[in-house]
Structure formats: C-alpha cells, structure tokens
Design a protein around this ligand. Structure first.
Ligand code: AMP
Length: 119
C-alpha cells in the first residue's frame, strides 16, 4: 500500500483544511478529534507521510520517532488526564482505520468503557 497524500490528515498538515490544534512542533501535530469518543479525544500525528504505526516505526528516522514519542509525553502532560487515559493506534481494515495517515488517539477525561466489545 502506498501513502495517499490526499488523505484528510495530509490536508490538515498542509494547512488546506483547518483543525482544532492543541500542539505543534517540527515533527508533530495534535488536534481535537472532530467526533470525540470521550471528553478528551486528541489525535497526535507525525508530519511525515506514514500510513500507520508499523510504517512509522519501521521507516521514520530516529529523530522523527523520538520526537513523536517525546511530543506524546508533552501533550499528555498538557491534557487534564492525571487520573488516566487510553492511547490507541488503529491500523488497516481489521483495526478499523479510517484515515490512512498514522495517528495516535489519546482518550480520557472520564472513566473509559471496556476496550473491546464482546461480540
Ligand atoms: P481511525 O478510525 O483510527 O482512522 O480514526 C480517524 C479519526 O479521525 C476518527 O476518530 C475521526 O473522527 C477523526 N477525524 C476525521 N476527520 C477529522 C478532522 N477533519 N478533524 C479531526 N478529526 C477528524
């Protein structure tokens, strides 16, 4: 699978469509999810063109990977999630990934339901 540079997060990175930004540096952008699944629902994305977590962890530079993970820590500190949170990275059809640009969901601000439904 090749990276589709017309995906919605690529357009957000290029500034072609707006987002509700919560954090930005050279390597990372984070913004509120447009359809939040919890009181706090932030998406953290690398600015580089990576399809999913495997593509990112396999092909991104050490600087990008370290920068992304440090930014995630900084964003978590910035959010009101001292009582805990959940991070999720969906991938592919079985993972239910809708946008083919790697993104980490950060969910919190309330007790979260079981991670997977039983059916
Ligand atoms: P996933 O199913 O893991 O690919 O998640 C994609 C997420 O992107 C969903 O939670 C959507 O609500 C969210 N989303 C889609 N378009 C936008 C947008 N323009 N701004 C913010 N979040 C978006």
């Amino acid at each position: 699978m090749t990276y589709d540079d017309q995906n919605i997060f690529a357009k957000i990175i290029r500034g072609e469509i707006p987002c509700d930004k919560v954090f930005e540096n050279d390597h990372v952008l984070a913004f509120n999810d447009i359809s939040p699944q919890a009181k706090i629902h932030v998406l953290v994305i690398p600015k580089g063109a990576y399809i999913d977590i495997k593509d990112f962890n396999k092909n991104a530079s050490d600087e990008e990977i370290l920068g992304f993970n440090r930014a995630v820590a900084e964003i978590i500190e910035q959010l009101d999630v001292a009582q805990g949170f959940r991070s999720i990275a969906n991938s592919g059809d079985h993972g239910g990934q809708e946008v083919p640009h790697y993104h980490l969901h950060l969910l919190g601000g309330q007790p979260l339901a079981a991670m997977l439904s039983k059916d």
